[in-house]
Write a protein that binds this ligand. Structure first.
Ligand code: AMP
Length: 227
């Protein structure tokens, strides 16, 4: 099974992808997480992308497509959940090419839609632990003791690109470069829109239902083909 998670920054893609990947045994590929790891480890890639990431712009397509190609190459079997890729139409084309070379196909694109005011509120309340990467959110998901991680007592930080001025640029990047993917996948009948301005548990439920429907649709199509 191949799933793509689509949604603006702050729509909850990361949280939901982690939950669903665990529940369904899918491999979770987050390009944002991969890039942040490169930056943290000070690799050549990390040095190349750090300032672009801080500014909220997209890093070059070639670099990100190569990263995804390497992951697909090393995939033995099982499903995958793509989180943060593709981010524009050219990346979507490249993904189609890579998949057709490997006999893979995108099954569903789960689009988490949230109003812009709510996105800004969520991003400005977002904190993470630099040691274990646990995420927190004020006021929805607070640490037990203010400002420190429940798991290891580490001081919580904000992502540099969650500063308000950068958040506005990231939302603009989403609007101009990423949102055309909504139509791209809608036209292919693969997009399922999930209103994600509700409690995260309810969002997970709705996403699971959309995924379970994939099996139903396949059965129906198989039945039609036989008839
Ligand atoms: P995210 O964690 O998905 O919000 O990504 C954080 C940052 O990583 C983005 O603002 C971009 O600078 C970069 N990034 C992540 N995924 C991509 C992608 N598919 N294409 C280009 N840049 C990306």
């Amino acid at each position: 099974m191949v799933l793509i998670l689509l949604g603006a920054p702050g729509s909850g893609k990361g949280t939901q992808a982690n939950r669903l990947a665990q529940k369904l045994g899918l491999r979770h590929l987050s390009t944002g997480d991969m890039l942040r790891r490169h930056v943290k480890d000070g690799t050549e890639i990390g040095k190349k992308v750090e300032s672009t990431m801080k500014s909220g712009q997209l890093v070059p397509d070639e670099l990100i497509v190569k990263m995804i190609a390497d992951q697909i190459e090393s995939m033995s079997s099982g499903g995958v959940m793509l989180d943060g890729f593709p981010r524009n139409l050219s990346q979507a084309d490249k993904l189609d090419e890579m998949f057709s070379d490997h006999g893979l196909n995108v099954d569903r694109v789960l689009f988490l839609s949230v109003d812009e005011d709510e996105l800004i509120k969520r991003l400005s309340g977002r904190f993470y632990c630099p040691k274990c990467d646990a995420g927190y959110n004020y006021p929805m998901h607070l640490p037990k003791s203010e400002g420190v991680c429940d798991n290891d007592g580490e001081k919580l930080l904000r992502r540099p690109d969650d500063e308000e001025s950068i958040v506005r640029d990231r939302l603009e990047v989403y609007r101009t470069q990423t949102s055309p993917l909504e139509d791209y996948y809608r036209k292919q009948g693969k997009l399922v829109e999930i209103r994600a301005n509700i409690h995260p548990d309810k969002v997970t439920e709705a996403m699971l239902k959309a995924i379970m429907d994939i099996g139903q649709t396949d059965l129906k199509q198989a039945g039609n083909a036989k008839a």
